[in-house]
Design a protein around this ligand. Structure first.
Ligand code: LLP
Length: 421
């Protein structure tokens, strides 16, 4: 459920008209709903209410300070994957003891910054990384709390570019070698083992792969405890999918996920951490764009938008489907027609949808890409020297530009011209 609904014939975000925001901010722009963000966070939090837990929002999904502050105020922890994200989390007021540090290759500098600023745990991805974390911690005279990310060799049944839990993927250490790696971790002077970490992929639409992975984590917990390790936390990663189309088979609800986690892991008495990104931010955001031209091509009509692949890369990168709706609600019974919906970038890949059924559209009409809150703005670029588009946050009847569109001058002035030119 989200808070982008038609009201009086046009699309609203909570209690603000989308067309009104477009008139003030200019298109294209990302628009987020506070109510949807907090609703999704609470759904997870409540689904794990049966025991001690922390929901660490995977801020790679959408990392604007206003979004982080909104979630932090709800009690969210953060899952970060870079020094930049760590700095963003601290800047949003998230205390270090609520920040978990994931990511395949943490650098010395990132490790040092997190140990200095405070960290709940590092999710270690490899043995060399584990040794570096120990070295950096020892040099600072502190102990780094760690989990080791295990790769359970489970098929997440999602798009190949976002599946992470098979043995051929670069993530984590093979679960079969976990005992050995934990034994080394226990010997390293700068580390304290606190638990186990697993994340098998993103946009999972079934519970079964999660369940398989978590069962392996349960077995491993017992095995590691038998070896004398103190396993008190289980970080279960993110990955629960969202419905991108209304016709889609609905992915499991957070309540169903929470019940499965309880059934598989509660008996171990560990604190549960989860790292959802998409499910919190995905349907809490839309991308609003304008039709610049309607072009009648050979046997097809194109809607050419002012938004492009640099603003929303997901269709080009993952063949992702986003529902696209007109901001003016179509009159009941209006006949729809197929359009190829494209951006103005000179690449065929700059195509958002083919033969998408829409009511008749004209230049100047506004459209909205739904489910664009996660992996939208954060993956945008300035390709073609198109400015990064604004982000706007709505809360009830208020809205605020939470990141402004840069001017061309600001963009150009970021370049430095060498003295010899
Ligand atoms: N934890 C870890 C260690 C992760 O790598 C990820 C996502 C998450 C949590 C959050 O997963 P989520 O709950 O959002 O599924 N750009 C792609 C998605 C990449 C996901 C990468 N890792 C997309 O647009 O579909």
């Amino acid at each position: 459920m989200d808070h982008f609904l038609y009201r009086d014939g046009s699309l609203w975000a909570e209690d603000v008209s989308v067309a009104e925001i477009a008139a003030q901010v200019g298109t294209p722009f990302y628009l987020y709903s506070t109510a949807t963000l907090t609703r999704h966070f609470r759904l997870f939090d409540e689904a794990l209410d049966w025991g001690p837990h922390l929901v660490c929002y995977a801020m790679k999904a959408a990392s604007n300070q206003a979004i982080l502050k909104t979630l932090a105020a709800e009690g969210a922890g953060m899952d970060v994957v870079s020094g930049g994200e760590y700095a963003r989390a601290l800047a949003a007021g998230v205390p270090g003891d609520k920040i978990v540090f994931s990511g395949v290759g943490k650098t010395h500098d990132e490790i040092r910054a997190a140990l200095t600023g405070g960290i709940r745990q590092f999710n270690v991805e490899s043995e060399p990384e584990m040794r570096v974390i120990s070295e950096v911690a020892t040099s600072l005279g502190v102990i780094a709390p760690i989990t080791v990310r295990v790769n359970p060799d489970v098929d997440a049944k999602t798009h190949a570019k976002i599946a992470t839990g098979k043995s051929e993927n670069k993530f984590g250490i093979p679960i079969a070698r976990a005992k050995e790696v934990y034994a080394e971790a226990a010997r390293l002077p700068g580390l304290k083992i606190v638990g186990i970490d697993v994340h098998i992929g993103s946009q999972l639409t079934q519970l079964e792969p999660f369940q398989q992975a978590y069962q392996k984590v349960a077995d491993l917990t017992e095995a590691l405890r038998a070896d004398g390790h103190d396993i008190t936390r289980l970080d279960l990663g993110g990955g629960l999918g969202i419905p991108y189309t209304r016709s889609n088979e609905a992915p499991p609800l957070p309540t169903e996920y929470g019940a499965m986690v309880r059934d598989t892991l509660a008996h171990l008495g560990c604190e549960i951490e989860i790292e959802p990104g998409r499910l919190i931010a995905g349907n809490a955001g839309i991308l609003v764009s304008k039709v610049i031209y309607v072009k009648n091509g050979e046997g097809r009509d194109f809607l050419i938008l002012d938004g492009a692949m640099n603003d929303l890369i997901r269709p080009a990168m993952y063949e992702a489907h986003h529902d696209i709706v007109p901001v003016v609600e179509p009159a009941p019974g209006v006949e729809q027609q197929p359009y190829d919906i494209v951006g103005p970038v000179c690449e065929t890949g700059d195509t958002f949808a083919k033969e998408r059924m829409m009511p008749p559209m004209q230049a100047g009409d506004l459209i909205a890409f739904r489910s664009a809150g996660a992996y939208g703005a954060v993956m945008a670029s300035e390709y073609n020297t198109r400015p990064l588009i604004p982000e706007v946050l709505v809360k009830e009847d208020q809205f605020s530009v939470i990141r402004a569109r840069p001017t061309y001058e600001e963009m150009i002035n970021r370049d430095n011209v060498p003295v010899w030119l």
